[in-house]
Design a protein around this ligand. Structure first.
Ligand code: NAD
Length: 326
């Protein structure tokens, strides 16, 4: 971002300007840059404030290839829902990498959902079998509909099957499946594993929801909910049996889905490949139809910066952003 003055790009504008394809392209490009060493994330800060049960933090990084520098600041305010606000709140700050001047302030709530969905979609595009027809969804919260829409575009899916620990939340997924022209069925966890060719997990679980023996050969899993120490969505034996890919290996082994298999000694760090290596053609990705592939999507700051910089660029080009000077 090299505009004159500060651009302010609000949530509504982000929704209007950044669609799934732009998010996919931006996230795919930055994963590729990360794997080549052309972009890197800085250590994440995440703190319990000791106030209103708030978790607050920063994710930041520099994409030297794309010339994007900045941070996402935000966190989780559990009391917000009662005030009519989203519990997760975030804002992206972009800086001119040549001068350090603040170049854009971009709303981060919608972009977080769209960049997270883009991440699993990129993994499906590169790792799922081409003949995948059944999409399995585990999770039915805020992120799940974004995940479903982005995934649905990656293969010729015919059907969505879903399971959620709170079944009353499933109708929102059913509605989106119908909207994108896919049949929908609520199933048991075992049935989901037996039928699905691609599975997305996007829950706040702290215990495995899918066991290794339920998953059929050739499945691709995108595990997107585990982004903190202690969280877990699938059996550690399943992770150990799969060929594991991730956005960032350092996060995968500490706060991602792979943390449990690593802690048990069932998986080693060097067996986990960055998805960017597949994107760059430096890793073959899936090598057989029977292989289980698993993408550990932990969520990195560079994803946020990538989509925020798209929002700022498009807003500037269309002369839609508010402008300010500091
Ligand atoms: P949400 O609160 O809207 O929905 C939560 C989902 O988890 C629902 O499906 C709910 O039924 C389920 N759930 C809640 N408590 C559970 C429990 N104890 N055990 C099992 N399942 C439980 O949340 P959301 O915004 O949809 O986010 C879902 C998850 O994705 C969160 O854990 C969030 O931290 C994570 N997330 C990850 C990334 C990333 O980049 N990897 C980005 C955003 C969110």
């Amino acid at each position: 971002m090299k505009s004159d003055g500060l651009l302010i790009v609000g949530e509504d504008l982000c929704e209007k300007l950044v669609g799934r394809q732009q998010a996919f392209d931006a996230v795919q490009a930055v994963f590729g840059a990360m794997a080549k060493g052309g972009a890197w994330n800085f250590p994440v800060i995440r703190e319990a404030l000791g106030h209103a049960d708030v978790l607050y933090g920063f994710k930041s990084g520099f994409d030297r290839d794309g010339q994007v520098l900045g941070l996402k600041s935000g966190g989780y305010w559990p009391g917000n829902a009662a005030k009519g606000l989203t519990n997760h709140q975030s804002t992206v700050f972009l800086f001119d990498p040549d001068t350090g001047r603040l170049s854009a302030l971009v709303g981060g709530n919608y972009l977080t959902a769209v960049r997270t969905a883009a991440s699993s979609a990129v993994s499906i595009a590169h790792l799922a079998r081409q003949d995948a027809r059944v999409l399995g969804m585990v999770g039915a919260g805020h992120q799940s509909t974004f995940q479903l829409r982005a995934a649905a575009e990656q293969r010729d899916f015919e059907k969505v099957i879903a399971w959620n620990p709170h079944p009353d939340m499933l109708p929102r997924l059913a509605a989106v499946a119908t909207e994108v022209g896919l049949e929908f069925e609520a199933v048991s966890q075992q049935e989901l594993g037996a039928q699905a060719d691609v599975i997305i997990t996007i829950t706040s679980a702290f215990e495995p929801l899918l066991m290794k023996d339920w998953i059929k050969p050739g499945t691709h899993l995108a595990c997107m909910g585990t982004d903190t120490k202690g969280k877990q969505e699938v059996d550690a034996d399943l992770v150990a049996a799969a060929t594991v890919f991730t956005d960032e290996v350092a996060q995968s082994v500490t706060i991602g889905e792979a943390q449990h298999a690593i802690n048990l000694g069932a998986l080693t760090e060097d067996a986990i490949a960055p998805i960017g290596a597949v994107i760059n053609g430096d890793h073959p990705g899936r090598t057989s139809d029977d292989q289980i592939t698993l993408f550990d999507g932990t969520g990195v700051g560079l994803q946020d910066l990538a989509v925020a910089s798209v929002a700022a660029r498009l807003a500037e080009e269309a002369d839609l952003a508010q402008r300010a000077t500091l």
